[in-house]
Design a protein around this ligand. Sequence first.
Ligand code: AMP
Ligand code: MG
Length: 447
Amino acid sequence: MDPYSMCYGGHQFGNWAGQLGDGRAINLGEIINNRNEHWTLQLKGAGATPYSRNADGLAVLRSSIREFLCSEAMHFLGIPTTRALSLVSTGESVVRDMFYDGHPKNEPGAVVCRVSPSFLRFGNFELLTARGETDLLQQLIDFTIRTDFSHMGKPSTTTYLKWFSEVCQTTAEMIVHWMRVGFVHGVMNTDNMSILGLTIDYGPYGWLENFDPDWTPNTTDSHGRRYCYKNQPHIGQWNLLQLANSIYPVINDAAPLQECLNLYNDTFQKGWNEMMAHKLGFTSFEPRTDDRLISELTDILQLVETDMTIFFRNLSRLNITSDKQETTALLSPLLDAYYQPEQLSEEYKIRIGEWLQSYVRRSSREKLSGNDRSDRMNRVNPKYVLRNYIAQLAIDKAEKGDASMVSELLDIFRHPYDEQPENEQFAEKRPEWARNRPGCSMLSCSS
Ligand code: AMP
Ligand code: MG
């Protein structure tokens, strides 16, 4: 082996942060499997690297479990992501001040081995441009195209633009997926953006429980909420703009780069429309009716605490054969999604009742049999997502020496769209005790 760490920079929370680099990631090398795919193996938390700066290069068990479980869960949800191959506890302790509030603690250390065809980030390109190293930048772009975008042919200015355009599209598609399942990355800095459009760097990420577009799990970002759920699509484009700036020196023409950034918007918008239509059980998006249905629904979901995952999952149980049903009947399969179902006001019931009526009318136009409809919907509306409190339960146990729940969860989250009646408890909405508990609703970057 000839292990190495990578040098990259990045824009953090909107500002250029200079050189960062793999401070605690060590690439062991690359494996070519029997399908001729190449995979890089990378240890995270195995100790200091040349880019560790003042930090220790280590990772704690809690954040390693979170990365291990979530990256696998994302893969089985059908979302592009780096994978996790193994998780080991090191037996050593690591000092961390979880909320940066002067309460450092010894915590158990761990190492995750993660795998990806490439761990290159937007920040790898940005750093070279910031340093004026245009020759090296071009070499890196050529290398990236030859290695991971070989379908584009020989590197040239045309290929560079094709490549950037593909990065814009895959990034947009990834973020559509995040929005679909309620995933909030938490730290969308450009050093955490994969050139392959993979979800990477699972730190203070979280899942929407009640549908709150302003929510972010990252306490470090609780004032600006730059990386909250609803901002993710826009931030994706902002990050691509930084990437465009950084590859400009090998292209020397802004217009085609701008076109790619516009393509990001189009890809996202189209992807979002289709994704929402599919979540609602429609075979395709019908602009006139569906725009209104979707925007009214996103307003309604915010009026009272409504669990996003359960709401969409249970929508498939609605009886859509008659549009002459009482609100109470229409609403009954959805009651599970409410955090305080007994407190729904009359006004609220009227509003959602009207929405449900229009929804039933729109759905009946699809002419799908009941089973077809729910099968289709259940393939895009997961039953099991790695709710923050669920990961925390596994962490609490593992910190006491029992890692069994980590494997148990791994198995459950390998089939997120299946009913799994024996695991119903892991599909339940967040219990009250978890509402404000650290690790469940609040996380920091101190991983
Ligand atoms: P993140 O916010 O986790 O993406 O990390 C931002 C930067 O800090 C990256 O360059 C990391 O490699 C580095 N970093 C984070 N934690 C550590 C650590 N414990 N030791 C060394 N570097 C770290
Ligand atoms: Mg990072």
